[in-house]
Design a protein around this ligand. Structure first.
Ligand code: ATP
Length: 690
């Protein structure tokens, strides 16, 4: 089998049970011609006029039978299993929605599990091959721990979940029991089902407190073609999500409920992550998802049966279940055929395969062995799966060699599990070391003893090797962690020394801006001072009247330049003017205005010049103490021109004075005064117009 396969969804609405109100809250509608999909219709809990419709190809209403579900959706998968592929069927739904009924059923209404077993045996018989073997394993996940249901509940240890070299997840030490008939299976299954954690809640008198997974494995060996196929079917009865308000759980049940809800929530997260194409799928967040890894986005074919409880009471849960189903519908698997080439392969390094330590057969299957009480612990050295009762007599000729443990979706440890292609069997290695002729001369008992010894030595060696590897790995991890901690400390230290980016960055940026601004201002002041001192030296030698005139001349020149748009030159000239008339407020304002315009690249349009007064009052204005000042009302152009004229005359030739380059005429000044009024946009609020 190749390509991708989407998980198939079947939805089943259970009938009303005793004392339950069936208010027709959830309905199933079918296409009129019966060809298209069917719909599960659920009213929106917040607005009953709105109905959510979920389409599924397989919808089973309250009258549906166990047989219908099996024939329509499950039986076709038996062929898939016999083609060497792993199939996973899981029942999902809120507590008391009918998952266990669907999967297990009752004696009168057998569910998926017994029907699958029957079909598997039918298929086996149809194949007419004597080398088809079936085996079963059964486990539960209770409060996020795995337990073998084929061993005595009292002594059942927690089973570790591991991963092999090729990334397959398996439950280490899980028993796998060969079965020869449906009856044999039923005997084992009914015994094991009693071990399952079940408890009474308000919603279900016999509520599953764990997720149960039953695996049937079929191994088909074709010795003439020297290959074998291994197909598997995992039948999973999930515990139901629980609303503790409805279940009325006591503290023990609450703890179970929390574990159930958590694992189901992780299941939802895994499906969500797969739908999103996330780079990390949180399989490891719960044992359930870890074990179902192969079924969700892995290499198996999947069928999800969504069980729904009728009635408004379960409406929200039903919606949750259906949403989960819709998301799961898009999960793609890549089923693979588990085929093994049995031809002799070149010998690999023995340590390349590290199967989990073998485990004894479960108590329920060892009626002949005297095992009882808590001291009965699995012997790690040799796996001895009890012979199948029906084959007990025929097993004389079969090798009693311990078999390599199995690895798969549920990592079934199984006596007859095929080893990976290219890996020699343990017996062949033993034969190699002792010489095949030597083996031939030994009695069966001796062979068994030698095998047992060899196995013990080998297992001990592998355990030691594994311990060593684990120790090294731990050391490496510790080293890495230490390094990381050191690096982190260094980083934090550095960060402490630096100012924290988040909080102080804006402040620092502001400081830097201020700093730059101050520096620029300082440079400007220095520049100004340098220029100013020259002008001041000159101003010092002039009479007050001449200073004023000179200042005025500079102002006029500056104005002419500002008119032309030479703002920088205008600014220099205004500053020079300032050296001669330092107290002129309007001049100061003008300097600030033009400075701002230069800095911001803004255009500057001076305010219109006031018409020239015919005659100036000599007295000017006097302040409160009688001192003559240039008032704010006084225009800069009101300053006397004589000084500038004198200066121009004095520097008539060869002078580099910029004043000389601009032939200042009265008409220019006049022209300036006729400039239409416009205001420059300026952030500095001016007290009066210049
Ligand atoms: N299709 C059905 N026909 C008749 N009775 C049903 C059907 N489905 C469920 N029931 C009955 O409903 C009750 C609850 O069903 P069941 O125990 O299978 O629910 P569940 O989903 O497995 O619950 P939990 O998650 O609590 O284990 C049982 O009494 C069961 O017999």
């Amino acid at each position: 089998m190749s390509g991708t396969h989407k998980i198939k969804i079947a939805a089943r609405l259970r009938p009303r049970i005793e004392h339950e109100i069936d208010d027709q809250g959830i309905q199933i509608t079918h296409d009129e011609d019966g060809e298209g999909p069917s719909w599960i219709c659920v009213p929106n809990p917040r607005d009953v006029n709105q109905v959510f419709r979920f389409p599924f190809t397989s919808c089973y209403d309250q009258d549906s039978t166990q047989e219908e579900i099996f024939e329509q959706d499950v039986r076709p998968l038996i062929d898939v299993v016999y083609s060497g592929v792993t199939v996973t069927i899981f029942a999902y739904g809120v507590t008391s929605s009918g998952k266990t009924h669907t999967m297990q059923g009752t004696k009168a209404y057998p569910g998926v599990i017994p029907r699958v077993v029957e079909a598997m045996f039918e298929q086996k018989a149809a194949l007419l091959k004597s080398n088809v073997e079936l085996a079963v394993s059964y486990m539960e996940i209770y409060k996020d721990e795995c337990y073998d249901l084929l061993v005595d509940r009292e002594t059942a240890p927690k089973l570790p979940v591991r991963e092999n070299d090729v990334g397959q997840v398996f439950v280490a030490n899980l028993s796998s029991v060969p079965i020869a008939s449906v009856e044999e299976f039923i005997a084992i299954y009914s015994q094991a089902s009693k071990q399952r954690s079940v408890g009474a809640t308000n919603l279900n008198r016999s509520s599953s407190r764990s997720h149960a997974m039953l695996t049937l494995e079929v191994t088909m060996t074709d010795s003439s073609a020297e290959r074998s196929l291994t197909g598997k079917i995992n039948l999973v009865d999930l515990a139901g999500s629980e609303n503790n308000k409805l279940t009325g759980n006591d503290p023990t049940r609450m703890a179970e409920s929390a574990a159930i809800n958590k694992s189901l929530s992780v299941l939802g997260q895994v499906v969500h992550a797969l739908n999103q194409g996330a780079s990390r799928i949180p399989y490891r967040n719960s044992k359930l998802t870890r074990i179902l890894q192969d079924a969700l986005g892995g290499n198996s074919v999947g069928l999800l049966i969504c069980n729904l409880a009728p009635g408004t009471k379960f409406r929200q849960d039903t919606l949750n279940t259906l949403n989960f189903a819709v998301r799961t519908k898009n999960v793609e698997n890549r089923p693979v055929v588990n085929e093994r080439d049995m031809r002799p392969q070149p010998k690999p390094h023995f340590a390349a395969i590290l199967p989990p330590p073998p485990k004894p057969a479960p108590a329920v299957l060892q009626p002949l062995e005297a095992v009882a009480g808590p001291s009965r612990r699995p012997r790690p050295s040799i796996a001895r799966v009890a012979p199948r009762p029906s084959l007990a007599g025929a097993s004389q000729s079969r090798s009693r060699v311990p078999r390599a443990s199995g690895i798969g979706v549920f990592g079934i440890q199984k006596g007859h599990r095929p080893r990976p292609s290219g890996v020699p069997t343990l017996i062949s290695e033993i034969a190699e070391t002792s010489g095949s002729s030597g083996m031939m001369q030994l009695t069966d008992k001796e062979i068994d003893e030698r095998i047992a010894r060899a196995v013990e030595v080998e297992v001990a060696r592998r355990l030691k090797e594994r311990e060593e590897l684990e120790r090294q790995e731990k050391e490496n991890i510790a080293l890495q962690l230490n390094l990381q901690i050191e690096r982190e400390k260094e980083r934090l230290k550095e960060e402490d020394q630096r100012l924290p980016t988040g909080v102080l960055t804006p402040l620092m940026a502001r400081h830097r801006d201020l700093d730059n601004e101050l520096r620029a201002r300082l440079e400007e002041l220095e520049d100004k001072y340098e220029r100013g001192t020259k002008e001041l030296q000159l101003a010092d030698v002039l009479s007050p009247a001449s200073r004023k005139k000179t200042g005025r001349a500079y102002v006029m020149l500056a104005r002419a330049h500002s008119e032309k748009g030479d703002l920088q030159v205008a600014l220099d000239l205004y500053r020079k003017a300032e050296s001669y008339v330092p107290d002129n407020v309007k001049l100061k304002e003008r300097v600030i205005e033009i400075e701002w315009a230069v800095k911001n690249g803004a255009t500057f349009v001076p305010s219109p010049k006031k018409p020239r007064k015919a005659k100036k009052t000599k007295a000017g204005k006097r302040n409160a103490v009688g001192k003559k000042v240039m008032s704010g009302d006084e225009d800069e152009e009101d300053m006397p021109m004589d000084g500038i004229h004198q200066m121009l005359e004095g520097e008539s030739s060869g002078s580099t004075n910029p004043l000389k380059r601009f032939q200042v005429e009265e008409d220019v000044v006049q022209a300036i005064s006729e400039t239409p009024p416009k205001r420059v946009k300026c952030e500095i609020k001016l007290e009066g117009e210049v």
